[in-house]
Design a protein. Structure first.
Length: 187
């Protein structure tokens, strides 16, 4: 049974290993708080190399062979954790476009308690939480071993790149107050 602690952290009853306890201290985010307002910087035109570099990451992720359903869950989860309304809105629409079950979309924020996710999806979401919140969590050997049983070699590297890419997009879009309709990537 999971409990919501002060500060929005989750804890589960029962004995936990150090790695499990660290993973349970992931903030629970159910709503994005992207601050609306005017575009602060049009980095598309001011720094086209940034857009080109980010698009290159995105292209590698798309050509990685990872399932679109896994990638969209990763993008949604990282965007929830980073509170990026821009990316959350975009990737929820992308999930609908690829026919992701609405109940599963509704459960992403509480994926640890949900039975809707496959072991591979759970591993991807655990890795997303760990890499997105890397300054607040410990990536234990136990977590790595668990994830690497579901994502072998190059798959795990590409999953990590997908997480890196969405975290980069989140930071650009939050920092510059970008809007989803300007997204240069076609989903």
């Amino acid at each position: 049974m999971a409990l919501l602690l002060a500060g929005g952290y989750m804890a589960s009853a029962g004995d936990k290993t150090e790695g499990e306890a660290a993973r349970d201290k992931i903030p629970v985010v159910t709503a994005a708080v992207h601050t609306p307002g005017p575009l602060r910087l049009d980095y598309f035109s001011e720094a086209p190399g940034v857009l080109k570099a980010m698009s290159g990451l995105e292209e590698q992720v798309r050509n990685s062979g990872l399932e679109k359903s896994i990638l969209v869950l990763v993008k949604i989860r990282a965007s929830q954790l980073n509170q990026c309304l821009y990316c959350l809105d975009m990737h929820e629409r992308e999930a609908v476009k690829i026919a992701t079950d609405q109940a599963k979309l509704d459960a992403v924020a509480k994926w640890r308690e949900s039975e809707l996710f496959s072991p591979r999806e759970r591993a991807a979401l655990a890795w997303t939480d760990a890499l997105t919140l890397i300054s607040k969590t410990t990536i234990t050997d136990e977590l790595f071993n668990e994830v690497s049983t579901r994502f072998k070699g190059g798959e795990l590297a590409n999953l990590s790149l997908a997480i890196i890419a969405i975290n980069g997009w989140n930071r650009l879009n939050i920092g510059f107050r970008d809007e989803p309709q300007r997204c240069p990537i076609d989903f």
